[in-house]
Design a protein around this ligand. Structure first.
Ligand code: C2E
Ligand code: CA
Ligand code: CA
Length: 913
């Protein structure tokens, strides 16, 4: 046995350049203490040998030339071709089987010859494998000393070249051989342990045992062969032949065993390399495994362009080159080692690619906002990305039973995660609620079954809290008004249908209130849309506050609100609510720092009055219209004897028709006067119906006349009568300026194709000058089809008539429209006059209209002036003309004639100052 620094423990080497395979730990160089022990041991042995040689000179130094030559050759052969023994747990040593030649040497050679043979053989053997000088020296020294010590023991027991062969001599030879083998082993083990710092005796027995059989066998063979050759020299030939055959067989067995060990080591290395999913760890594992499997002192990863150093073995590891250097025990690389390295490199490359892939996948899943989880067939979580742990609120999900940590509840109940993982194939996709602890998170999840042969699922869970909230918001907005958050028309109609159904089923009554703000448009125009919006929001609050919880208040659009009162005792409940709303509105709102008063016209209808939703809405609308026509800021309950009752309606229609034919209509005249002087400048003709019950006001029959088209003959009569009367007065009072007469023109009349011709004929028949006639058209009529209206107005202007916009401020036209209309007069609606001075909006609106009219060269007339305060304010604002009860109510023709004669300014020869 010789010193061959092994790759692992009890590994070590006299050569400090070698590195331990167990992870870069530098082996210790032989310590000075160790060196001293070695020197002392060698010295003691040398003294013993010299003393023995002196006591047993054994004849001439070289007296057995043939035996010496043959044994030296054989001994050298065993040293040159040692068997490389690799131990299961590391450690490499060279096995020489030189024990076989020990007894023959004892029986046939003198001490000097033995020393010479062993020295030559050991020297040649060590030199052939090119060991370092110090190792050669040590190996040769210890071999020679161990051999000679064993020789001395054998000689002491009576064995020797000149002794006769007795059983005692054979035992002595064998004992000497054992001493030789033991000393040699102990010497090598000791030096290695001293060099590496390993405990002296650990692993010694194991190392010994691994070759005791071969050692012992070789020794016994040597005893038999030695005795045989001593008896008959010719026995040398068969003995050598047998020895070589057995040696070859032994080598074959060893090689096979080594191959098995190498395969095992390679398998372990492959498992180790593949078990890692970190690229850096994989590389380290490959390097460590390469050293272990190939029993090399060094393994490195270098750039592929680096040349391969002599004696190194290399293979490609992905984009680097794996080099294995410094084979332990020297010698050239075996084919099995080459293929082991290539296997290792291939596995390592695959593991690296895998590790990189896993690193990429983890980077992807880590950065994903979706939770990604893998659950095996037993329901245990095997993978969880950070997002999934956040979602579930558990940081160590992996390894836990999914069902015990969180739950998913879909549309059709809780999802059994274990069952899902156990049976799942294909993909399942649905919305669910994730339950984890106290948290409930709306999620959508996809469960994808793992492909065969794996079982389990991959769950991708997406937090859809925001989407759900958005959807809810969308749904909410689909049924609510985004400004006031009140139900919109769609939802309201739905509720109305439902209420009507219940009312019918349970014989109860529901009431519908249509709330229409008066002149809201002007708030927008005067204060801007944000102010208008703010007002609507406040009105919505007021409405809500006036209602019970179960009542529905909706905004149908613009300034139109609707209220549904379910299960009311009678209509008085509805009217009390309407009054409450009017009172609430009268308390005013603060918008943009201004106190605004807004009123509403409210129409009320009950479910008893209608058969369907449409009829109920129409009835409430009609009632609201009546409230508006009656002067706004009030409510009206739908009266079925009006438009609703077809018979009453037909009767009224017939009566009106007869009234037109039988001249039951009369005209009253209301003066228009100069605001400052109070002098009358004209009159507005207003129709009344002289019925047997008394005079009927226009709002009781004009809407019906409009609806039925009777307004056309009625309007024609009014026009003719007004022109006739005006011409009569003009002729009667030539000293007065010509009377200007204003006549209301309905939409029907305006849209007649030959209206200009018809009016021209009236003027011609009556003789009235066109400039004396002023036609009043309401703003709503013009706004309904502004373009058509403007073109009709232009034609009327062409024949020299005066034109007025009536009820200005109610038609939602913007103030800026005013200058586009070819009109001479604008009549500010009388509802604005009510708030003049008290209501900031009204006051501002009136002022704005007056200013704008003046700027456009249009004469402003304020209608419905009832108080001196109003008049004073109007005067201050520069309103040129006024009309209203303060001056006079509309009066019959004869009264007006008298009034005119006294109040009209005289026509003076020179212009008045
Ligand atoms: P309008 O054209 O705005 O007429 C002015 C209305 O205001 C008149 O009502 C008049 O009596 C009323 N009025 C005048 N001064 C005051 C006041 O100081 N306070 C109050 N509270 N009211 C005042 P009337 O005569 O009942 O007419 C109502 C509406 O009927 C008219 O409103 C007009 O739109 C329509 N109308 C009347 N006569 C005719 C007509 O011959 N043809 C057409 N198409 N419509 C007519
Ligand atoms: Ca009028
Ligand atoms: Ca008017």
């Amino acid at each position: 046995m010789e010193l061959t620094p092994p790759s692992r423990q009890p590994a070590g080497s006299l050569d400090p350049a070698g590195s331990s395979a167990s992870g870069g730990r530098q082996p210790r160089v032989l310590s000075s203490r160790g060196l001293a022990i070695v020197c002392i041991a060698v010295a003691v042995l040398a003294v013993l040998v010299i003393a023995f040689a002196g006591a047993h000179p054994g004849g001439d130094a070289f007296s057995h030339p043939v035996a010496l030559a043959v044994l030296t050759v054989l001994l050298t052969y065993t040293h040159v071709r040692p068997t490389r023994l690799v131990h299961r747990h590391g450690g490499v040593e060279s096995d020489h089987l030189d024990e076989a030649l020990f007894v023959p040497m004892v029986l046939m050679l003198s001490p000097v010859e033995v020393g010479a043979a062993v020295t030559v053989a050991s020297l040649v053997g060590n030199l052939v494998v090119r060991r370092a000088a110090v190792k050669v020296l040590f190996n040769v020294g210890q071999t020679v000393l161990a051999c000679l010590t064993g020789y001395a023991v054998a000689r002491a027991g009576g064995a020797g070249p000149d002794e006769s062969i007795t059983p005692m001599a054979m035992v002595a030879g064998a004992v000497g051989g054992l001493v030789f083998a033991a000393l040699s082993s102990v010497a090598v083990a000791t030096i290695v342990r001293l060099a590496t710092g390993h405990p002296l005796f650990r692993g010694l027995w194991e190392q010994w045992r691994s070759r005791e059989l071969s050692s012992f066998g070789a020794l016994l063979f040597g005893v038999v062969a030695g005795v045989a050759v001593r008896e008959h020299a010719w026995m040398a030939l068969p003995a050598i032949a047998l020895g070589l055959t057995v040696e070859r067989a032994y080598v074959a067995v060893v090689v096979q065993r080594q191959a098995r060990l190498a395969a095992e080591a390679l398998r372990e290395a492959v498992v180790a390399v593949r078990s890692s999913d970190d690229p850096e760890e994989v590389r380290e594992q490959v390097l460590a495994s390469a050293k272990t499997v190939l029993h090399a002192r060094e393994a490195v990863l270098v750039d592929p362009t680096t040349p391969c150093p002599p004696g190194a073995l290399q293979a490609n590891l992905e984009d680097t080159t794996l080099q294995v250097l410094d084979r332990i025990g020297g010698g050239t690389w075996l084919d099995s080692e080459r293929s082991a390295l290539s296997t290792l490199a291939t596995v390592g490359s695959a593991a690296l690619r895998n590790a990189r892939l896993i690193a990429h996948m983890s980077a992807i899943t880590d950065s994903q906002s979706e939770g990604v989880l893998a659950i095996d067939a037993a329901g245990v979580v095997t993978f969880a990305n950070p997002a999934s742990q956040r979602l579930v609120g558990c940081e160590d999900l992996i390894g836990r039973v999914a069902d015990q940590v969180f739950g998913l509840t879909g549309h059709d109940g809780p999802v059994d995660l274990t069952a899902l993982a156990g049976s799942h194939s294909g993909t399942r996709d649905s919305d669910a609620v994730l339950l984890a602890g106290d948290h409930r998170t709306p999620v959508s999840f996809t469960a994808t079954g793992l492909p065969e042969p794996q079982t389990g699922v991959v769950l991708v869970i997406h937090d859809i809290t925001e989407r759900k909230a958005f959807e809810e918001k969308l749904t909410y907005l689909a049924f609510h008004d985004p400004l006031t958050y009140l139900p919109n028309r769609r939802l309201f109609e739905d509720r109305l249908d439902h209420a009507l159904l219940l009312a019918e089923r349970h014989h109860t009554t529901s009431a519908l209130l249509m709330v229409d703000l008066d002149r809201f448009k002007l708030v927008n125009d005067s204060y801007g849309h944000p102010a208008g919006d703010s007002l609507l929001v406040q009105v919505a609050h007021m409405l809500r506050r006036s209602l019970r919880r179960e009542d529905t208040c909706a905004r149908l659009g613009g300034d139109e609100f609707a209220i549904l009162l379910e299960d009311v005792a009678d209509v008085h409940h509805a009217t009390s609510i309407a009054q409450r709303i009017l009172d609430a509105l009268a308390s005013g709102c603060i918008v943009d720092g201004h106190e605004l008063f807004v009123s509403a016209s409210i129409g009320i209808a009950t479910s008893d009055q209608a058969g369907s939703r449409e009829e109920l809405v129409a009835a409430a609308d009609a009632a609201a219209y009546m409230a508006k026509a009656a002067g706004k800021a009030q409510y009206r309950v739908f009266a079925p004897e009006g438009a609703e009752n077809p018979r009453a309606r037909l009767e009224l229609e017939g009566a009106l028709r007869r009234a037109i034919d039988h001249e039951e209509l009369v005209l009253h005249y209301q003066p228009l006067v100069d605001t400052i002087t109070g002098e009358a400048v004209g009159a507005e003709a207003l129709v009344r119906w002289q019925t047997p019950d008394g005079l009927m006001a226009p709002y009781s029959f004009i809407p019906l006349a409009e609806e039925t088209g009777l307004i056309v003959p009625l309007g024609a009569w009014v026009l003719e009568e007004a022109c006739r009367q005006a011409q009569e007065w003009t002729l009667a009072h030539p000293e007065l300026p010509p009377l200007e007469i204003s006549v209301n023109l309905s939409a029907h009349q305006l849209s007649r194709p030959n209206i200009v011709g018809e009016i021209g004929e009236v003027l011609e028949r009556t003789g009235l000058r066109p400039e004396q006639l002023c036609l009043e058209i309401t703003e709503t009529v013009i706004m309904r089809d502004a373009e058509a209206a403007i073109s009709s107005l232009r034609q009327l202007k062409r024949i020299g008539l005066q034109l007025a916009i009536d009820d200005f401020g109610t038609g939602y036209s913007s103030l800026s429209y005013l200058k586009q209309f070819p009109v001479d007069v604008v009549k500010v609606d009388r509802t604005f006059l009510a708030g003049l001075g008290d209501n900031a909006v009204d006051t501002e609106i009136v002022a704005a209209v007056i200013r704008l009219a003046a700027a456009c060269g249009i004469t402003a007339v304020a209608e419905g002036v009832e108080t001196v305060e109003q008049r004073a304010l109007l005067e201050e604002m520069g309103c040129p003309l006024i009309q209203g009860f303060l001056i006079s109510k509309p009066m019959p023709a004869e009264d007006f004639a008298t009034y005119w004669a006294t109040e009209a300014p005289l026509l003076l020869p020179s212009p008045r100052p």
